[in-house]
Design a protein around this ligand. Structure first.
Ligand code: PRT
Ligand code: MG
Length: 214
């Protein structure tokens, strides 16, 4: 039998994927929080887990270095989904893509007046499409993390970022002013592997689909 390689990022995606893999009879033998190994063996001799950065998961699966992976809709929209089959919305790692501004900044009135806004984000494709669809003029500034800092430091008027509990915004005196989309993570599968390794992959996909509440 061909081996199966699964790409996961550590943290919430790894943690929330564990019960889904368990339903398919797959249990990693090490915990990525305590192990420094990037390739984790599992209880199944022919199944292994690669620990990758969340934004790199689609790349590993697209090129076939991993057969399967789990990635946020945010990551997939930014990366594009060439060569990726996305059979299941797993409904895990849920959050919302939002526009946020400093408390006291009147976003709606700035938009009504046709102001040109400086918007900082890691999610330039999502932000560009959102503001274009609304006819809002923006200058987008690419950041790689800690977007919340940008308005506080005077780099931008607004940010586009993921919000889950809202406590990060609150701690930095920012407020969410527009909902862009709900985000959850999807199973992604290499399209060639789906054909070539169908016998090994089909039962795993079926078991995961069986425990996911759509
Ligand atoms: O953290 P790292 O730089 O390694 O990479 P990453 O942020 O891309 O990965 P990770 O593991 O943090 O996130 C993986 C996926 O989880 C993302 O692609 C999202 O689809 C999903 N997810 C769900 C989130 C959140 N919730 C979330 N709250 N990703 C990030 N956040 C961040 C957000 O960017 C903000 O900085 O958490 C902060 C806000 O959280 P609250 O709870 O304070 O609102
Ligand atoms: Mg993170």
């Amino acid at each position: 039998m061909d081996g199966i390689t699964i790409a996961l990022s550590k943290g919430r995606i790894f943690d929330e994927t564990l019960p889904l893999l368990a339903a398919a009879g797959i249990e990693p033998l090490e915990n990525p929080e305590s192990s420094r190994r990037l390739i984790l063996p599992t209880n199944r001799e022919h199944v292994r887990v690669l620990i990758v950065r969340a934004t790199d998961t689609p790349t590993y699966v697209q090129y076939g270095a991993a057969d399967l992976g789990v990635a946020g809709k945010d990551v997939l929209l930014e990366h594009g989904s060439d060569g990726l089959y996305q059979p299941i919305d797993l409904g895990i790692a849920r959050c919302r893509m939002m526009v946020a501004v400093p408390a006291g900044f009147d976003y709606q009135s700035a938009v009504r007046q046709g102001a040109r806004l400086k918007v900082a984000s890691k999610y330039l494709n999502i932000a560009r499409e959102h503001f274009a669809a609304k006819g809002v003029h923006v200058d987008l500034i690419k950041l790689y993390g800690s977007m919340e800092l940008a308005p506080l430091a005077g780099l931008a008027d607004a940010i586009v970022d993921l919000v889950s509990t809202g406590s990060t915004l609150k701690a930095n005196n920012l407020v969410a002013c527009e909902h862009i989309m709900d985000i959850s993570s999807r199973l992604i599968v290499n399209q060639a592997a789906l054909k070539l390794k169908r016998e090994a992959l089909a039962p795993i996909l079926a078991a995961i689909a069986g425990v996911v509440q759509q």
